[in-house]
Design a protein around this ligand. Sequence first.
Ligand SMILES: Nc1ncnc2c1ncn2[C@@H]1O[C@H](COP(=O)(O)OP(=O)(O)OP(=O)(O)O)[C@@H](O)[C@H]1O
Length: 460
Amino acid sequence: MTGLFKILIVDDDADYRETYRMLLVKKGYIIAVASSAEEAYKLMDREFYPLIISDIMMPGVSGVEFLKEVKDKYSKSIEVIMVTGYGSVETAVQTMKLGAFGYFIKSHNPEELILEIEKVHKIFSLQNVNEINKNSKKSRYLYTSKNKQMQRVYEMVEQVAESNSNVLITGESGVGKEIIANMIHDKSGRSNKPFIPINCGYFSTGLIESELFGHEKGAFTGATTRRIGHLEEANEGTVFLDEIGDMEEGTQVKLLRVLETRQIERIGSNKLIDVDFRLVSATNKDLVKAVADGKFREDLFFRINTIEINIPPLRQRKEDIEDLIYFLLNRYNKEMGKGITDIDENTKQQLLNYNYPGNIRELKNIIERLVVLSRGNTLKDELFKSSRLLNNDTEEKETNNKLSSYKEAKKNFEIEYIKEVLKSCNNNITHAAKQMDISRRQLFNKIVEYDLKEYSNDTN
Ligand SMILES: Nc1ncnc2c1ncn2[C@@H]1O[C@H](COP(=O)(O)OP(=O)(O)OP(=O)(O)O)[C@@H](O)[C@H]1O
């Protein structure tokens, strides 16, 4: 029995990840991989994985720490199988006291691991996975609003969820487009099936097509095994195409054909395969303008936006900031085991008056940072001195007497962020790209664009 059981493999050893990914894909499981705990958290924020297979010895957050975080911050219902070499069998045994489902010794027969996985799968099939999934999401996101336009967004989610119509979600970066797409899926009849997010901006043309449609073994250099594409893998679920405005013309044509015929061809094969998925797309670009400029196909535009949902930026829904602050404070308080009971009035006013060019994502990051830095039981404004994000709006304004544009602020943030990650990865682009959850090519392009070659040790 495999069905659509999703497993996340977390291991810093690429060979190990790939070997087990291939083995388990062959058995019919849906596999995601992460090279570190940090990368795993990002995937887990987007999707629910009932089973995680995690290495014990990892640089950065260790497997044991990771296990604790999964159980404390995500869900106790997530099962974790620890893998280890002979050297740390004792630690592996101890992890069972912390709630690990079991452990597997790397040099043993992989069939032992498969048997363990099947056990977990059987247990899960007997439980209502969806309820668990929804409950863990409920505590992570605020689904109410005092803003009229946002209330209309939630009403539309309820109205469109049951239909099969293609939905296009528009809005600036960080407003919560993916959260809304996820909500549509959860409220639809497809909620028992996969929700598959794909960021079109992450992949080169060839790669995105392989991600979407899959490929046959030998279809191109490097295609050493058959790969099932996400449109096929969705299998009665929902596909979320983020940043659809970044899709190349050739891929747009192919996607349009799939939407019209509901059939795909894997790359390297001319066999037509029926697919059943609901499409939700998102963009922070002006697609009407992109159509007028000849950058986005008009026929595809009309196909994907049967229903359009526009999410307002946070600065246009200031009445929600306070609720979001308390919601996020509460969430991080719990997650980090802090005892913060209140916010200093001055601090609150600064948070309420800030403009949030990065929208909810930025507010979330600021609160998370403040909670990490806070010592007592009240969030205090002096903490802003260490929060670069808000300093942009206060100190810089005083010295420069002008605010930088959104584009400039975003660029500055990107430069600092890239520098920091590269530093933490000993200037290795491949590792840094993995940590950032973007492709190596994307990171390389940014390094060239921002002239950051001195921070990387492999620039080709
Ligand atoms: N309603 C909410 N409650 C709590 N947090 C939220 C909410 N909406 C969004 N967030 C947080 O803000 C961040 C950005 O959300 P999301 O990725 O959905 O935005 P987006 O519009 O898809 O951004 P992008 O265009 O950059 O992909 C997420 O990390 C999420 O945790």
